[in-house]
Design a protein around this ligand. Structure first.
Ligand code: DP6
Length: 356
């Protein structure tokens, strides 16, 4: 099995300390539906962000009898509600690094974005933790290249959260096997080698916070909605086609194609949720108001702004940095009022995770 090549079975023990920062990402072609151990039902592609990041520090020490697997601080405070997700992640990655189980991990983490912004942080959080684990492994695996360790980090991140596989490098990440990207894999994400047109340099992502609350549909439940979904096979096929369109748009700088495909993907994701059993409407009136105003603004000004959504009510607005001024003016005068407590985050394309 190809997964076997990710097992590092050498026994090792010792103390180690490391800290990593991993970015959030926004999918252009969405991952929605999974099977097996965190394997995607369709390929996805995302922009890596630069400002929305998780910083994680881990101290590893040999585990004594009756020692717990880890302790955890979020913003310097104990957060017991995060424990099950971290334990599940460790249990999933132990088979790929058995010596890890003989160590206690003291994990301290913080996000650059507000905790209550409704921005999903599992991608950056799982990626930052996986990078710390890989740094520990790399100490005992000196022949590893940077590419090898990033591949393993993406592989392990995926086991924590699928979209986390894409929070390793940048500015673009592709996860899931497809004919569009020949070296793509279901097991880890890759940073495609094809050139990104210069119009996408420093591409902007203004994240409009419509709902600061917790996710209304957990990702596990959400992906499960694609099991037996009446439109599942068409949706997976559509994702493959849209990946080809996005690939062309990103290479040629065809912003009409980029806008058309990105918005179609966002609405398809929500259409899947609205037509599943049980069904969910995660867009709110303010989400729709932002979408309508954005489309009208684009028609009126011909500025290349488009929206995308994740599995929630918040809206990501994507546009070239060259149009930052008129679009920021538009956001502040027209869209600000639709954001909860006027909250929005200005982000842009980033280059990926960093060692701290
Ligand atoms: C709608 O990665 O959060 O944001 O693998 O269960 O942790 P799990 O799911 P998760 O799903 C993300 C779904 C999405 C689309 C995307 O990011 O591709």
């Amino acid at each position: 099995m190809i997964e076997d090549s990710f097992v590092f079975s050498k026994n090792f023990e010792g103390e180690f300390h490391t800290a990593w920062q991993a970015p959030s990402n926004i999918a252009l072609v969405k991952y929605w539906g999974k099977h097996g151990q965190q394997l995607p039902k369709n390929p996805s592609i995302s922009f890596t962000l630069s400002q929305c990041v998780t910083k994680t520090e881990v101290r590893f020490r040999p585990r004594k009898a009756n020692d717990t697997a880890f302790d955890f601080l979020f913003d310097r405070q104990e957060k017991a509600d995060f424990h099950p997700k971290i334990m599940q992640f460790l249990d999933r990655i132990y088979p790929y690094l058995p010596s890890l189980e003989n160590h206690h991990l003291s994990i301290a983490t913080e996000n650059s974005f507000p905790h209550s912004s409704g921005i999903a942080s599992s991608a950056s959080a799982m990626a930052a933790l996986a990078l710390c684990v890989v740094a520990f492994e790399k100490k005992h695996h000196p022949q590893w290249s940077k590419a090898d360790s990033l591949k393993k980090a993406s592989f392990l991140s995926r086991l924590g959260s699928g979209s986390a596989a894409r929070s390793i490098a940048g500015p673009l990440m592709v996860w899931g096997e497809s004919t569009a990207y020949s070296n793509s894999s279901d097991l880890y994400a890759i940073a495609p080698e094809t050139a990104l047109h210069s119009v996408f340099n420093d591409y902007q992502d203004s994240i409009l916070i419509v709902d600061k609350g917790q996710k209304k549909v957990s990702s596990t439940l959400g992906h499960g909605l694609m099991e037996g979904h009446p439109f599942a096979s068409q949706r997976f096929e559509q994702a493959h086609q849209n990946l080809n369109h996005i690939k062309t748009a990103l290479a040629t700088g065809d912003l009409d194609l980029f806008i058309d495909t990105t918005e179609a993907e966002a609405l398809s994701l929500h259409a899947m949720m609205m037509t599943s059993n049980p069904r969910f409407v995660l867009m709110q009136p303010q989400t729709l108001a932002i979408i309508h105003k954005t489309v009208a603004f684009r028609k009126e000004t011909h500025l290349p702004i488009c929206f995308t959504l994740d599995a929630g009510a918040n809206v990501h607005l994507l546009y070239p940095i060259a149009q930052q001024q008129p679009i920021t003016d538009f956001i502040q005068s027209e869209l600000f009022a639709h954001c909860q407590d006027g909250q929005y985050i200005s982000d842009q394309l980033g280059t990926g995770a960093q060692k701290l």
